[in-house]
Design a protein around this ligand. Structure first.
Ligand code: MD3
Ligand code: FE
Length: 215
């Protein structure tokens, strides 16, 4: 009985509105999570996780890879999207069709019909890894939403406002949670608090996030 309740919640979660353009779909990707983690293992044979350099020359604590037509990269020359993985000199691996479909369906549930992502940044957090407050503004058209899937260890997501200073709210993100960010909230400052130690039954000592974008 309880299992049925949870199953239906996962299939058809009640979207929680966290802001005018921010929708949390709790557990929406939970049933796909094992497949997604297996796909990540395959994709990162071709495009291994690496610690990119900030423009200031510091290695990021989060390890990153990408799939899709374009991948987000950072180095001393700045932040940008590239069709080529600078590590291998090869195109990024293709985005699995079911990944793109998951992002499009989640966006639609949140009220953004027709989201056709062409870039997926794969972030891997080990304990103590963090992502400082920033805006995502390397994309061409901020009218497209961003869809994030969280896998593995739980994280505390920090949601700020339109400036770097000012209060942030902390939102727990759990294995299988999906968030859609768009509209007036697309350019909000956001980050991830330092990851707590832990072991996840499927993902081990990591949190992985998939961030789908129209670059
Ligand atoms: C909130 N990643 O890759 S979710 C990033 O979980 C990034 O790995 C975090 O921030 C992670 O850039 C946070 C993604 C996210 C993306 C865009 C947003 C959150 C957002 C835009 C506005 C508000
Ligand atoms: Fe971001």
């Amino acid at each position: 009985m309880m299992e049925d309740l949870f199953a239906s919640q996962t299939d058809n979660p009640t979207p929680l509105r966290l802001g005018e353009g921010v929708m949390l779909l709790p557990g929406y990707a939970r049933q796909l999570a094992d497949d997604l983690l297996g796909d990540i293992d395959l994709l990162t044979v071709t495009a291994p996780f690496r610690h990119m350099l900030t423009p200031g020359g510091q290695a990021m604590s989060v390890a990153m890879s990408n799939c899709g037509e374009l991948g987000w990269i950072s180095d001393r020359r700045g932040y940008r999207y590239s069709p080529i993985d600078p590590h291998s000199g090869l195109p990024w691996p293709a985005m699995p069709a079911h990944w793109r479909d998951l992002a499009a369906t989640a966006a639609q549930l949140a009220g953004f019909a027709g989201f056709n992502s062409n870039a997926c940044l794969i972030n891997r957090y080990a304990p103590a890894c963090r992502m400082g407050l920033h805006q995502d503004r390397d994309e061409r058209d901020f009218n497209h939403p961003i869809v994030t899937v969280s896998l593995g260890l739980p994280a505390r997501f920090l949601l700020g406002g339109m400036t770097r200073s000012g209060p942030t709210s902390k939102i727990p993100l759990l294995h299988g949670d999906v968030i859609v960010w768009g509209g007036v909230d697309r350019l909000r400052f956001h980050g991830i608090a330092p990851l707590a130690e832990g072991l996840h039954p499927r993902a081990g000592a990591y949190r992985l996030s998939l961030t789908f974008r129209r670059a």
